[in-house]
Ligand binder design. Structure first.
Ligand code: ASP
Ligand code: MG
Length: 499
């Protein structure tokens, strides 16, 4: 009975206004006519940012933003609701929900301003409001199309640990809740529209799964319900062979493995929340990335095996806005604690280390972090090595923010010799200097640090070198339909731009 179940997630832009919601609801309705469907929705685009901004201002004791924020949210959601439902009873019912949620938001922000203190718990309660406002709208739109649908709060279903801001699901408990709360609805032919992004602890304290976490909500539910597949409906055509803003001839990849997709997600891809594939990888539930604005396009399918394109390399990513930190000097040669102390210092300030290299001479440790984290990381390192810096044993802790990482990704690169050679030869031919190199022993990824100014040239060169613009037979269809999405963020959005 579970086998045909589909979980469909709609991101912020796919529910950005009444027209988008109607388009998304039509996609759900068409699917729900054929099979059981669970919909998962993000907040309307931009809403989560506004909520977090409000929380920060309340923390400063400000109150003047409160009225404009709340009345703005009210107008936005009621305007959409009015356009989406012709049934006055439905309108009144959803309006009630919206007022209740906004009332709660106002109390949370007032309390925060009163105390001038924003606890992680309050921030989660505030930032998760957008999904509680959008889910009833999407459900109302479905009812308008003749489907039976109810909004469902994920706080009743997705049980998490208490890590506010980046909570992790407790799957056993979540499975039980999904069985008791969602399965009966599905059996009755009702489409539950579940709030993305949020969950709650066993004690009922609301948490969030991290920014962009609605993707994760969808795969958590896909795994919990043993879905046949999970579809992430977004505003891009799928996973691309490179960022189309850098490489216009980049194409949509028809099929990719969990490992490759995760590799791309970790390397700055804007397509998926980095944890998204975790719940479904073990269960082998396929995940689709599809464009809700062009539902006729096939999108990208993510499966355990992916599909070989023959050449080994599947995609390229480029991460800009990164900084290379060097800790080095002859004084550290042979010392066994420099790595541990460097990373402990970086971890203490929550720097996200994207790449690490150390030559066997141990003369120099190099790692890359997002530029936004540079200041505090450098400070932490200087503090950690203060004694050595004073004695000049560690000659330097230096930072260079005019670098970029280009990564060559593909599961089938494993055991294919020559890919690194081809990469270096192609870049050498173009006069692009490679500052540092890292390759994981899994061989799914070769990462190069280059001068940021050469990013576009490097990616274009490698895209050509590995013939990624040539559609393999499996992907021909993916590129021949319609136009590419203009923004088309890919495998390779810049780091940190994820919504
Ligand atoms: N609304 C949340 C965010 O903007 C979750 C999501 O969009 O997936 O981060
Ligand atoms: Mg979003």
């Amino acid at each position: 009975m579970n086998s045909s179940l589909c979980v469909m997630k709609f991101g912020g832009t796919s529910v950005g206004d009444a027209d988008c919601i109607r388009r998304s609801a039509a996609i759900v309705k068409a699917a729900a006519d054929q099979r059981p469907v669970v919909a998962v929705v993000s907040a309307m685009s931009g809403v989560t940012n506004r909520l977090i901004d409000g929380a920060r201002r309340a923390e400063l004791g400000e109150r003047d933003f409160l009225h404009p924020l709340i009345s703005g949210l009210r107008t936005q959601h009621l305007t959409a609701l009015r356009a989406l439902t012709s049934d006055p009873r439905k309108y009144a019912e959803v309006q009630n929900t919206i007022e209740e949620v906004l009332g709660e938001l106002e109390r949370l922000l007032q309390g925060t301003a009163l105390l001038s203190e924003l606890t992680p718990r309050a921030l989660d309660a505030i930032s998760g409001v957008g999904e509680r406002l959008s889910a009833p709208l999407v459900s109302a739109a479905l009812c308008e199309l003749g489907a039976r649908s109810v909004p469902v709060s994920a706080t009743d279903i997705i049980v998490t640990d208490i890590h506010h801001g980046h909570a992790e699901p407790l799957m056993v408990e979540t499975r039980k809740r999904a069985e008791t709360h969602l399965r009966p609805l599905l059996r009755d032919g009702v489409v539950p529209v579940v709030t993305g992004f949020i969950g709650a602890t066993l004690d009922g304290v609301q948490t969030t799964l991290g920014r962009g976490g609605s993707d994760y909500s969808a795969t958590i539910l896909g795994a919990a319900l043993d879905a046949q597949e999970t579809v992430i409906w977004t505003d891009v055509d799928g996973v691309k062979s490179a960022d189309p803003r850098l490489v216009p001839e980049a194409r949509t990849i028809a099929e990719i493995s969990y490992t490759e997709a995760a590799e791309l997600a970790y390397f700055g891809a804007k397509v998926l929340h980095p944890n998204t594939l975790r719940p479904v990888t073990a269960a082998g539930v396929p995940v689709w990335i599809r464009n809700s604005f062009s539902p006729e396009k096939p999108g990208t399918r993510i499966t355990s095996r992916g599909k070989s394109n023959g050449g080994g390399v599947k995609a390229l990513t480029a991460i800009r806005d990164v900084t290379m930190i060097n800790v080095g000097g002859p004084g550290i040669v042979g010392r066994t604690d420099v790595l541990a102390r460097s990373f402990a210092a970086a971890a203490a300030v929550r720097a996200n280390v994207l790449l690490v290299t150390q030559s066997s001479s141990q003369n120099d440790i190099c790692f890359i972090i997002p530029t936004a984290e540079e200041k505090r990381t450098v400070q932490a390192l200087r503090d950690a090595f203060a004694p050595e810096l004073a004695e000049q044993t560690v000659e330097h802790v230096s930072a260079n923010s005019s670098v970029a990482i280009v990564a060559v990704v593909g599961e089938n690169m494993q055991g294919i010799p020559g890919i690194a050679g081809k990469t270096f030869a192609a870049l050498g031919r173009e006069g692009i200097n490679i500052i540092a190199i890292a390759q994981g022993s899994s061989e799914y990824n070769i990462s190069l640090v280059i001068d940021a100014a050469a990013t576009q040239k490097a990616v274009t060169t490698l895209h050509k070198e590995f013939r990624l613009h040539e559609a393999s037979p499996a992907t021909a269809e993916a590129t021949s339909v319609g136009k590419q999405s203009p923004e088309g963020v890919s495998a390779a959005g810049p780091a940190g731009t994820r919504k």
